[in-house]
Design a protein around this ligand. Sequence first.
Ligand SMILES: O=C(O)c1cccc(C(=O)CC[C@H]2O[C@@H](n3cnc4c(=O)[nH]cnc43)[C@H](O)[C@@H]2O)c1
Length: 222
Amino acid sequence: MRTLVVTAVSAERDAVAGAGAADVLVSGAGPAAAAARTAAVLAREAARGRPYGLVVSAGIGGGFAPAAPVGSVAVASEIVAADLGSETPGGSVPFASLAELGFGTAVHHPPRALARAAAEAAGAALGPVLTVSTATGTAERAALLARLHPGALVEAMEGFGVAEAAAVCGVPVLEVRAVSNAVGPRDRDAWRIPEALTALGVAFGAIVPVLDGWREHSDERH
Ligand SMILES: O=C(O)c1cccc(C(=O)CC[C@H]2O[C@@H](n3cnc4c(=O)[nH]cnc43)[C@H](O)[C@@H]2O)c1
């Protein structure tokens, strides 16, 4: 089975490729670029008779305290479009998701057994990973996201786009993130990118054999 790994930038590609990931696409940052480029590659390879059997969104991300400290790794149990929807005035929850607006799904589910096995192999946390179009830069928004998405481990900017492309092409999806910074007030100088890229590479070294051994029909849900 062929696996396509999608990263936002080349430094993330180098981390996963150095750990044994064979096919790695650099999509650019954000869910739209990730969706467009992932869908194009999946469709092209399927048309050539060499379809991918799994897509993995991988890279660094912001971690929600205290569950996901800098340097830790998270595997997504759910890939959630966290800011795709509408603000709503009044009430206790000032946001309605895409699904609540009646426009489709706001959550994609990786195959359960695969996500669990990947997390175990990497010593990673398993939980919801949020996709945002605007990286969080205030304590207020961090608190709101944590309230809207209890148990969220990480936010990043590509997972839901990769997952949408995978769903359109009928391919299961996984997301793996290494934490470079805390979700909260923006402080780019505090990002620990080299440490996160090292953690991503180490995690991938453990996860690649799990991906190679995984068969879709052996999983109970995708
Ligand atoms: O400057 C570098 O050397 C460098 C190396 C690797 C990655 C980067 C990035 O800037 C990656 C951008 C990518 O990272 C995700 N990310 C990281 N932290 C957050 C966050 O707090 N909130 C949302 N996204 C985050 C995201 O997926 C970006 O596309 C630079």
